[in-house]
Every structure is written in C-alpha cells, then in structure tokens.
Design a protein around this ligand. Structure first.
Ligand SMILES: Cc1cc2nc3c(=O)[nH]c(=O)nc-3n(C[C@H](O)[C@H](O)[C@H](O)COP(=O)(O)O)c2cc1C
Length: 309
C-alpha cells in the first residue's frame, strides 16, 4: 500500500498566538507549569495556562478546599497565588526556556487591579493573558464581574491600552446569558473568549451537619459539567467571530474533538490533570491520530462542523 505523504496540520491561531496544537492546560489545575515537567513534555502542549495571578500574593481559603463529587470535583481554593512580581522573577525565566507559549491567567479585586497586572506582564515573555472574570470562590473579584457589562467594558478598555498581545476573556456559566457577554467582549476588543469556568456547587457533611468546604460553596468541574460546557461553547461560537476556547470536563481526545466540532478553536484540560498529569499531551496526540486516521488535513477543517439532523 502506498504510504500517505499528507502532513497533518494540528496548528491553530488564537488572536496573535500561533499554537502548534489546540490543547492547553486549564488555569489552576496545572500550577505554574514547571511542577509538571517530569510528568509530560511541556513542549508537546499548545500552550501552558498558569494559575490565576494577582497584583499581590494571596493565601487562598482555609482547608477544606477540595472535595471529590460523583462525576468531578468541587474546589474553593480562593485564588491562592504568589503574586505577579514573584511570578515574573521566579517562574517566568524558567518557563521561558520552553518553546511553548505561556498564557497568564489574571484576576483582581477591582478593575484597576486587573489593568495593573496586565500592564506588569506587558513586556514579559508571557505570550498572552486570560482574564478571569468568572471565579466563584472568592468574595471580591472574579464572579462579581462576570455579568457586569460596565465593568467589563472598563476592564477591556484599560487592558487593551496597556497590553498589546493576545487577550482572552474567561467567562462564567453562573450568570445570565454567556453568549451576550462573549459578544460584548468581542465588541470591546477581546481576541478570544474561553469558557466555561466552574459551576457553583456545594457538599454537605451529613455526620457533622456542616458544609464540607470552608468556603461553603465551591466550583464544580470535571465530567459532570461537560454537557453544560458543550452547549455554552456551541451557542457562543454561533454568535461571535473571535475564537472560542472550550473548557469543561474534557478527559480525553474524543471529548476535545466534540468541543472542536461544536465550535471551539482550541480546548483546555483541567480536572483530568488530577487523574493523569499527562492527560493534555495524550489529548493532543489523540487529536493528531484522529486527523491522520480520517485523512483530515488540518484540525482547522473540523472547527464548527457540527451537522444538524
Ligand atoms: C483546583 C482548581 C483551581 C482552579 N483555579 C482557577 C484559576 O485560578 N483561574 C481560572 O480562571 N480558573 C480556575 N479553575 C477553573 C478551570 O480552569 C476550568 O475552567 C474548570 O475547572 C473547568 O474545566 P475542567 O472541567 O476541565 O476542570 C480552577 C479549577 C480547579 C479544579
């Protein structure tokens, strides 16, 4: 049999970023990337998205902060992080040794803070930022901005002035209409949107009659949220022209391909990393094999190809 000479193209573009494949790590599930270097080839990833970074270090919530659920997990970490200065001095120089683009997930307690973190990252080796307006586990910052149209407009205006590389807005499934917020982000200059962040959930300790999490509520992630995420990605991709990054319960390459066919230009792997730290590279390899087996030249040819019965 004649051997195929076709070269499979797994690359995708997100704003100004060119990724060698559409698979990224989801913020908060992959530390600052370096912790995982012994478990997988960091250069086999499309991009590394690091833990949410704020202007100042944050300790996060008291334990208990994570609990396993029937089909996923609840977390209420509370955006623990080392702060932007330490990230730039201790982590980024080591991360910059890898060819993989690094995307910094950022957050703040007010719009000014978000803009200040973006500004501080502007001249660093960070390739793009993902703006978290969707964390359900903190009292200030995160979710309060998720559906606040005025704050989003102000935030994007401020960020775009100081940050010229790729800006991704990370959206919440917990408030109103996610497609409308995606459209607003597009109108005000976002290069891409990523969705979904976790869904608000809760666990009760029946013996103690207390909440399991110290924060009472946490964010649900993992296989349980995949159908919700898929529907939101599909609805959003129909409304916006900018790339949509699909997140939520992606455990293997088949899940990832479902998101891509439904409209995602790239995907992020989160909870799966807790079960198998090499999951993101396995997903990337699986996508490539699928393309080869089905003689599909480029992964771009699969984006938004859902057929309707
Ligand atoms: C332990 C944990 C920490 C997280 N921390 C962040 C964070 O700092 N910033 C953020 O935008 N999302 C954070 N997330 C949300 C994930 O990036 C992702 O959107 C969500 O978990 C859904 O994807 P999954 O089902 O593949 O985990 C966190 C999720 C988990 C489980």
């Amino acid at each position: 049999m004649k051997k195929s000479t076709m070269k499979t193209d797994t690359s995708v573009s997100i704003g100004k970023l060119n990724l060698k494949n559409p698979v990224m790590t989801a913020s908060g599930t992959f530390g600052y990337g370096l912790e995982f270097k012994d478990f997988l080839d960091l250069e086999a990833l499309g991009a590394i998205v690091v833990k949410g970074i704020a202007l100042e270090p944050v300790l996060g919530n008291r334990p208990q902060r994570i609990v396993e659920t029937a089909s996923g997990m609840l977390n209420a970490i509370g955006l623990q992080n080392i702060g932007v200065e330490k990230f730039l001095s201790d982590k980024m120089p080591l991360l910059a040794r890898y060819k993989t683009p690094v995307i910094a997930n950022i957050y703040g307690t007010d719009v000014k803070d978000y803009v200040a973190v973006a500004e501080r990252l502007a001249d660093s080796a960070v390739a793009g930022i993902e703006v978290n307006i969707s964390c359900p586990n903190v009292k200030k910052g995160g979710l309060q901005f998720a559906a606040d149209r005025k704050a989003i407009i102000k935030m994007l205006g401020g960020i775009k002035k100081v940050y010229k590389k790729t800006v991704i807005m990370k959206l919440s499934p917990n408030t109103g209409n996610i497609e409308d917020i995606a459209l607003l982000c597009e109108d005000y200059g976002a290069d891409a949107v990523s969705l979904i962040n976790t869904l608000v959930g809760m666990a009760v300790d029946l013996d103690k009659k207390t909440p399991v999490l110290s924060n009472i509520y946490g964010g649900l992630s993992g296989p349980a949220i995949k159908p919700v995420a898929l529907a939101m990605v599909h609805k959003t991709a129909k409304r916006v022209k900018i790339p949509v990054i699909g997140i939520g319960g992606i455990m293997n390459y088949r899940d990832a391909l479902e998101f891509i066919i439904a409209g995602a230009s790239a995907v992020q792997i989160g909870t799966a990393n807790f079960r198998d730290p090499a999951a993101p590279v396995k997903v990337a390899a699986g996508i490539k094999e699928y393309l080869e087996a089905n003689k599909i030249k480029s992964v771009k040819n699969l984006i938004k190809t859902l057929k309707y019965q």
